[in-house]
Ligand binder design. Structure first.
Ligand SMILES: [Fe+2]
Length: 199
């Protein structure tokens, strides 16, 4: 299935915002996991292409937030947390300078919404959260758990699965977590391949 955007357009945005290398790697992995989960959820091919592209840009808004804040090793104050949360809306602004495609906008703006309505920016619940944003939410969390960040240590793949299961029906769509669990090795393979490429 051919991309609806020219592939270069997506990479042009990524290049233009001179992404931090770790952020770029994170978004690339999330894009790969999202494609896989989309396929397992039997999404249409056209949706999967958009899912892959939206996931590739999902955290683009973080480029407009001070890096020291994103990497702050100690707990964020409420005020600082609000600034970080704003990366979803900033991402949408970056996107809308050139692109307007609903599925991609949904991913950038809504990938921190939670199944039980406790997420941000709008506190949407359950199926009010578009499927593409629900998918990216799961795989974004998986990748965050299994990689080191300045402010936290990574956990093993197995521990990450346990955490995702605990959050099933709270943070995440329970159907997606069930599928993730069945095919967990396929997700693990993507991670391992990405680590190999890192050298
Ligand atoms: Fe994010």
């Amino acid at each position: 299935m051919k991309s609806l955007y020219k592939k270069n357009d997506i990479h042009q945005i990524l290049d233009e915002y001179k992404l931090d290398i770790e952020l770029k790697r994170h978004m690339l992995r999330v894009s790969q996991y999202a494609k896989l989960l989309g396929e397992l959820m039997c999404l249409e091919k056209e949706k999967i292409v958009l899912l892959e592209e939206g996931a590739l840009l999902h955290d683009i808004g973080k480029q407009l937030i001070d890096k020291w804040l994103l990497d702050k090793p100690s707990k964020l104050t409420l005020e600082e947390f609000k600034i970080v949360q704003n990366h979803c809306k900033l991402g949408l602004k970056i996107l809308n300078k050139r692109y307007q495609k609903k599925e991609i906008e949904n991913i950038v703006l809504l990938h921190h919404e939670k199944w039980d309505g406790t997420g941000y920016p709008f506190g949407l619940k359950r199926y009010n959260i578009p499927i593409e944003a629900r998918i990216v939410s799961v795989v974004d969390c998986y990748d965050a758990l299994i990689t080191d960040r300045i402010y936290k240590k990574k956990v093993s793949h197995e521990e990450a699965i346990e955490i995702l299961k605990k959050e099933s029906g709270k943070s995440f769509d329970p159907d997606m977590i069930s599928i993730f669990e069945i095919f967990e090795n396929n997700f693990k393979q993507i991670l391992e391949k990405s680590n190999e490429n890192k050298g």
